[in-house]
Design a protein around this ligand. Structure first.
Ligand code: COA
Length: 255
């Protein structure tokens, strides 16, 4: 891996995008490495939660690497978006293990899109986020036109996309785009604390809950029916047996 760092400790895998001199911009190689790291963490039985963050104190990710696509044709542009969505952004969103974005600074363009594909976001108080693509003559291509309205509502998303402006961490919090805002020093420890709470619960049930929540955002899929199916399937799992037995025996469940 040339552009990311991966460390697993206490069942938390932290993936750090590590191109600080380019503000962690997502070039093709970084996207491929992130894709591989998500696959590896999903398969790793030592991983229960994934934290995605950026190296340095300035940026989470300052966008897709502009230098890489500046001379692309329409066909290459389409392929760039389709391939990226397929190998990374949709993969993060549909990961069966919780993915938390620790937004430690600028999250712009593809950076905000990556944070939005995570299951939820915690920001440091210096974070500034936005989708500046229209200032470059393109539109968001890694899911931003879809996930931003889902998270903040259509009107706010339209304003953010059309103005290409950045909002600060407090505004992102008031929009519901990030769940918590903490100091930079506390960012990873806050994510780890939340990960600790998540890890007390059934990983199998959490994976099913991710599927059911995501189903509601897929065109043509009935999210309520997906919930019924996932709910029913839970009853056949060892985790369900352990969770209910532990409750009745007045002890903590061991998942
Ligand atoms: N793609 C490629 N390189 C990028 C980049 C991106 N999205 N964002 C930052 N960089 C590079 C800069 O080119 C610069 O490289 P250099 O030192 O080799 O010239 C380096 O990262 C540092 O960035 P710089 O612009 O000097 O930092 P700054 O503090 O003055 O400004 C930003 C910070 C985030 C405001 C500014 O970098 C920026 O606007 N980046 C692009 C954001 C964007 O439009 N993203 C959407 C892409 S679709």
């Amino acid at each position: 891996m040339n552009n990311i760092l991966v460390a697993t400790e206490n069942k938390i895998t932290t993936i750090t995008i590590n191109r600080p001199n380019k503000l962690n911009a997502l070039n093709k190689e970084t996207i491929a490495e992130l894709s591989q790291a998500i696959d590896t963490a999903e398969d790793n039985e030592n991983t229960r939660v994934i934290i995605l963050t950026g190296s340095g104190e300035k940026a989470f990710v300052a966008g897709a690497d502009i230098a890489e696509f500046a001379d692309f044709s329409p066909e290459q542009g389409k392929e760039l978006a389709a391939h990226g969505q397929d190998i990374l952004f949709n993969k993060v969103e549909n990961c069966s293990k919780p993915v938390i974005a620790a937004v430690n600074g600028f999250a712009l363009g593809g950076g905000l899109e990556l944070a939005m594909s995570a299951h939820f976001r915690i920001a440091s108080d210096n974070a500034r986020v936005g989708l500046p693509e229209v200032s470059l003559g393109v539109i968001p291509g890694y899911g931003g036109t879809q996930r931003l309205p889902q998270l903040v509502g259509k009107g706010r998303a339209m304003e953010m996309i059309m103005t290409a402006g950045m909002i600060d961490a407090a505004t992102a919090h008031s929009y519901g785009l990030v769940n918590h805002v903490v100091t930079q020093d506390e960012l990873i420890s806050t994510c780890e604390k939340i990960a600790g709470k998540i890890m007390r619960n059934s990983p199998v049930a959490i994976g099913a809950a991710i599927d059911a929540v995501n189903a509601g955002y897929i065109d043509g899929v009935d999210g309520y029916q997906a919930e019924i199916d996932c709910f029913g399937a839970s009853f056949g799992t060892d985790d369900f047996k352990e969770g209910t037995t532990a409750f009745l025996e007045k002890r903590k469940a061991e998942f």
